[in-house]
Design a protein around this ligand. Sequence first.
Ligand SMILES: Nc1ncnc2c1ncn2[C@@H]1O[C@H](COP(=O)(O)OP(=O)(O)OP(=O)(O)O)[C@@H](O)[C@H]1O
Ligand SMILES: [Mg+2]
Length: 259
Amino acid sequence: MIVTTRQEKDGIEIVEFDRAEFLERVWPHGHKPGDRVSIIGPSEAGKTQLGFQLLDAVTTPELPAVVLVMKPEDDTVKGWGRKLKFKTLKSWPPPLSLFESRKPSGYLLWPPHNLENFGATNLRMYQNFHRAVIDIYRHRKTRAGKKLDGMILFADELAGLDDELGMEAEIKMMYSRGRTMHAGIWGATQRPVDVPKLAYSSANHLFLSYMPDQSDRRRFAEIGGGVDSQLIEAITLRLPQYWWLYIRRADRTLCIVRA
Ligand SMILES: Nc1ncnc2c1ncn2[C@@H]1O[C@H](COP(=O)(O)OP(=O)(O)OP(=O)(O)O)[C@@H](O)[C@H]1O
Ligand SMILES: [Mg+2]
């Protein structure tokens, strides 16, 4: 059921969905293994929450997700990890447990932080995240991976991976070549300027929240693919907190997802 439609100045009507309705009726039908997803919104916009809700709707033991967690503490991540029964790992790869009765639908890759030694913490994150990205990228070339429908890498702090850990090459590889490998990258970031342009120019699915900064909103003009950048700018200027503008590039569908 469509909740309501909103008339823009130029007469275009934008459909609004309740969150539950969107997650059940819209999102799972538009998503395919290997799809690239970008979630862009300022601090506390609800990126992590939305990311896990989207994962909840599509992940299975045959399409598992690996969430790269960079913060030393994150209650949103912890709560969702528990709810979705994702397995928390301090390092990659997961241990081989022959008697594991049921594979999880996802993993939280959360290396421990040493707050007295940022260099060592960053190195540990880099090494483990790098191994995970490579394994996800080439999973179909392995025996275990052949049984999967695909894998999802959820980079909850895309900008941090890029500029703090120096993983630009890995991010670009996933955004540009992951699709045919059924290795999807989902990235969340606070601003569209701190990440490779590919993160939004090549995403199949974009979720944009209220953007206070004009230059950030202008950056959305680079999304391209026939999507009206002025309309995007106008909408992202006035979305309430936790609301999202959803753009599906394949058919240039736009809608608003409520909190
Ligand atoms: N749709 C929603 N309705 C109500 N509360 C929400 C909603 N989405 C997120 N929240 C709450 O808002 C807070 C911030 O959410 P979240 O951690 O997902 O934000 P974030 O954008 O990932 O923040 P950060 O940039 O700090 O990582 C959390 O307490 C979360 O429970
Ligand atoms: Mg977050």
